[in-house]
Design a protein around this ligand. Structure first.
Ligand SMILES: CC(C)(COP(=O)(O)OP(=O)(O)OC[C@H]1O[C@@H](n2cnc3c(N)ncnc32)[C@H](O)[C@@H]1OP(=O)(O)O)[C@@H](O)C(=O)NCCC(=O)NCCS
Length: 136
């Protein structure tokens, strides 16, 4: 298993398949991707999980977290998220946050992220919580 930085283009297929299969591919191609750091976890040379990091000074956000459906629940996402939290801290971020699908808030809580006081919101038919953790 290895985790490495990958070009934005390599995240798109997994994002599409896992997160928004009913939309066009362009839906998961974000303008902001140019400013992101993109991470991929590979097992036997297959890209299994992706996560993108956006650092803005002391603040960082992670977005578009997706593990291949057949490989979910095996710990890959946890390894990748852990790696990215450390990477964000090493790049100077003191806080990291995400818009978490409500169904995944328990997963993030196990990493110490907490729901902020921001109102949960609905987007594209899904409910999201804003979640964060102080890194330092
Ligand atoms: C969220 C996501 C990226 C996590 O990736 P993953 O590779 O499945 O992550 P893990 O395997 O580390 O953890 C997933 C679950 O399996 C559990 N798990 C991890 N290793 C395990 C193991 N060896 N045995 C049993 N369960 C295990 C974790 O506790 C976690 O449980 P939870 O979902 O109840 O919190 C993945 O589930 C996914 O792509 N989901 C669909 C898209 C999505 O919702 N993305 C996040 C948007 S905010």
């Amino acid at each position: 298993m290895i985790i490495k930085r990958i070009p934005k283009e390599e995240t798109w297929e997994l994002r599409h398949t896992v997160l928004w299969p009913d939309k066009d591919l362009s839906f998961v191609q974000m303008r902001e991707d140019d400013n992101g750091l993109h991470f991929g976890l590979y097992e036997d040379q297959e890209l299994v999980s992706v996560l993108s990091l956006f650092v803005n000074g002391h603040d960082a956000q992670f977005r578009k977290f997706a593990t291949l459906p057949s490989e979910q629940g095996k710990g890959y996402g946890s390894l990748l998220l852990h790696h990215v939290l450390l990477e964000a801290a090493s790049l100077g971020a003191t806080r990291i946050w995400c818009n978490a699908r409500a169904t995944k808030s328990g997963f993030y809580e196990r990493f110490g992220l907490q729901k902020t006081t921001k109102e949960p919101f609905e987007k594209n038919g899904l409910l999201f919580f804003v979640m964060e953790i102080q890194l330092i």
